[in-house]
Design a protein around this ligand. Structure first.
Ligand SMILES: Nc1ncnc2c1ncn2[C@@H]1O[C@H](COP(=O)(O)OP(=O)(O)OP(=O)(O)O)[C@@H](O)[C@H]1O
Length: 253
């Protein structure tokens, strides 16, 4: 008998089962199992070398796992075709210095073979989303670090991804700009209901952003704890409830 639809279990945006990865003799990841719901923000938190980037690379399809199973929107990664649904934002903004801001944002659309006029419209729309519409014709060197970060975010969003993978994208920004980027990311994530997996080694950043924090430990990289964060937003680091979660996670690390 079929289950009543109200009881049907939603398909996770990402499902990892017993993922493992070796590099030569080094066991980088062992037994990683995790489901990420659609529209959820998950932070991967851990010290250097615990396999955060390796895990993100596996989820993005850049790196094959040695063992285990990855499903995207219910489909096995081996038969998943629409990798454009997944955007990746790196630690460096990777803007091309010889391209205008608009052309940098439109870059992600070139692989989709869309028409030039359409690319321009979409790039300008993405720049409007990150409140940089006035800078479409500027060059990367003319922008501050925070603005460049917003351009990188616009370039990730222009392809209208369902999943956004972020590898310490704000780690090079000063604390104030970084806090602004957190709010910017949360605003856009809610607007588009994007699933976000965010790598960080900063406990406070994880608590400000995430619905759940996955604490990883090294050698081999594996999950030590998964902590749901039931805190109202916006989360201010000096608030008692927020700083208490930061304290508990620091202990878990
Ligand atoms: N391409 C590779 N070849 C060999 N070893 C690798 C490779 N990529 C990662 N490693 C090793 O795998 C382990 C996990 O690396 P990874 O970069 O995923 O960790 P991380 O948690 O993201 O670290 P960090 O916070 O410093 O970026 C490390 O010991 C690293 O040296």
């Amino acid at each position: 008998m079929n289950a009543p639809s109200s009881l049907a279990v939603a398909v996770p945006a990402l499902s990892l089962k017993d993922i493992g990865k070796h590099f030569d003799g080094l066991e980088a990841l062992r037994g990683i199992s995790l489901d990420v719901a659609k529209g959820e923000i998950v932070a991967l938190l851990g010290t250097s070398g615990c396999g955060k980037s390796t895990l993100l690379n596996i989820v993005s399809g850049l790196l094959p796992a040695d063992r285990g199973e990855l499903r995207i929107d219910g489909q096995p990664a081996s038969s998943f075709r629409d990798w454009r649904q997944i955007a990746y934002m790196f630690q460096e903004d990777r803007l091309l210095p010889w391209r205008s801001i608009r052309a940098n944002v439109a870059f992600g659309l070139e692989a989709q073979r869309s028409r030039r006029a359409e690319r321009i419209i979409k790039a300008e729309e993405a720049l409007r989303l990150v409140e940089l519409e006035g800078f479409a014709r500027a060059w990367p060197h003319q922008l501050s670090g925070g603005m460049r970060s917003r351009v990188a975010l616009a370039r990730s969003l222009v392809v209208e991804p369902q999943i956004l993978l972020m590898d310490e994208p704000f780690s090079k920004l000063d604390p104030q700009t970084r806090a602004q980027m957190h709010q910017e990311l949360l605003r856009l994530q809610r607007l588009k209901n994007i699933t976000v997996v965010f790598v960080t080694h900063d406990v406070e950043e994880a608590v400000v952003l995430a619905d759940r924090v996955v604490v990883l430990e090294p050698r081999p990289g594996r999950i030590r704890a998964i902590k749901p964060l039931d805190l109202a937003r916006p989360r201010i680091p000096t608030d008692l409830a927020v700083s208490e979660q930061v304290r508990q996670l620091r202990m878990a690390l």
